[in-house]
Design a protein around this ligand. Structure first.
Ligand SMILES: NC(=O)C1=CN([C@@H]2O[C@H](COP(=O)(O)OP(=O)(O)OC[C@H]3O[C@@H](n4cnc5c(N)ncnc54)[C@H](OP(=O)(O)O)[C@@H]3O)[C@@H](O)[C@H]2O)C=CC1
Ligand SMILES: N[C@@H](CC(=O)OP(=O)(O)O)C(=O)O
Length: 337
């Protein structure tokens, strides 16, 4: 079996570390592995399959001899190194938002549009985490009844803002427990512990944040529905890991909650957890470190205008796994077959 030389760009971050675990879990045919990060991390070691691997500073030469790059760094780092990697013949699966809307770059969720991978020209983009978590359950309903419009509210975990976001929430909870003063927030604009922050990303002129526009802009490309309309509100919540979402979909054709449950019970990447009488519904504590998107609270949208049909659902998923690392490694695996 052919083996592939892999580099992780941003290997010390929350997504990069999870990618390393996913390569192992998904039995990815790894030849050599290079773990790339900033100069600050160079020389530290990380374990991969019982071997200590030294972190290297990302430089142009680091991509020599690499087949597949898994990008797990911010946009500026992605834009600095991914074109170099492409010049050197690597294919990159990138988690940043830098290339997602580039017409030459497929934007892929393997459960939705795996066929788009074949169109790549050296870069494949991994969608936004909240977009992946929302669309994995919405897409099978779209195939059955045609989704015209989505109204979503997201409840996004601290670790969505990377290692600094995770550490800041841990620090604040620790200080509260010890009865200490809170320090000034850095990763978030305000204290997150015991709070909700209705801003993720910067504000656009239309009053939505950059994060809120992703579900529409990326959703249109992933689902091949250019007219899809999405009204999304993104909230940072004091949860360590796993994003949750309330989603209402307006449909072309009627679909009952029971029909939607039957579809989602066998949909790829989805776990149906929908038994309100037994208080069974998705929650972020249960989805943490899981690859499936849990879906429940499925009900008719009783506010749908006359002559229109709508369903409301609630879903949760680990944004570091299926929202980032798992999705990227699944794409990389499809490149190898
Ligand atoms: N966190 C999440 O849930 C999700 C994140 N994403 C996206 O994934 C990407 C990574 O996010 P995340 O893991 O959260 O971020 P982290 O802040 O946790 O990690 C950032 C990584 O980038 C590396 N880095 C920083 N500067 C450089 C540099 N000059 N050269 C090379 N590497 C550098 C860091 O290395 P060092 O340790 O040396 O500083 C670290 O490995 C981002 O684009 C993010 O938008 C997407 C979906 C979900
Ligand atoms: N912005 C997301 C995580 C993320 O990094 O998204 P993107 O890859 O679209 O920038 C969050 O904070 O939860």
């Amino acid at each position: 079996m052919r083996k592939y030389n892999v580099a992780i760009l941003g290997a010390t971050g929350v997504v990069g570390q999870q990618m390393l675990k996913c390569l192992d879990e998904q039995d990815f045919p790894v030849g050599n592995i290079k773990l790339l990060a900033s100069a600050r991390s160079a020389g530290k070691t990380v374990k991969f399959q019982d071997t200590d691997i030294a972190i290297e500073e990302a430089r142009d030469e680091a991509f020599d001899g690499v087949d597949i790059v898994l990008g797990a760094a911010e946009n500026d780092i992605a834009q600095r190194f991914i074109p170099v990697a492409r010049e050197k013949g690597c294919v990159t699966v990138d988690n940043s938002s830098a290339y997602r809307l580039d017409p030459d770059v497929p934007l892929v969720v393997p459960e939705i549009n795996p066929e788009d991978i074949a169109k790549h020209k050296g870069i494949i983009a991994n969608p936004n985490c909240a977009t992946i978590i929302g669309l994995v359950p919405v897409f099978p309903l779209h195939k059955a009844a045609g989704v015209k419009r989505i109204i979503a509210s997201t409840y996004q975990a601290a670790s969505g803002a990377g290692i600094n976001g995770l550490r800041e929430l841990e620090d604040q909870i620790g200080r509260f427990g010890r009865g200490e003063e809170m320090s000034d927030p850095k990763a978030f604009a305000y204290q997150l512990a015991f709070n909700l922050i209705p801003q993720i990303g910067g504000f656009d002129e239309n009053g939505y944040t950059s994060e809120e526009m992703k579900m529409q802009n990326e959703g249109r490309k992933i689902m091949h529905v250019p007219e899809l309309r999405v009204n999304c509100t993104c909230i940072r919540v004091p949860v360590m890991r796993s994003h949750s979402e309330s989603i209402t979909i307006e449909l072309e054709n009627k679909l009952t909650p029971d029909e939607a449950r039957a579809i989602l019970a066998t949909a790829p990447g989805v776990k149906l957890v929908d038994d309100p009488a037994a208080q069974q519904y998705p929650m972020p504590l249960d989805t943490t470190d899981q690859d499936l998107i849990f879906v429940g609270r499925i009900r008719e949208d009783i506010s749908a205008a006359d002559g229109t049909y709508g369903l409301t659902l609630w879903c949760a998923g680990d944004q570091i796994r299926k929202g980032a690392a798992t999705n990227a490694v699944q794409i990389a695996k499809l490149l190898t077959v």
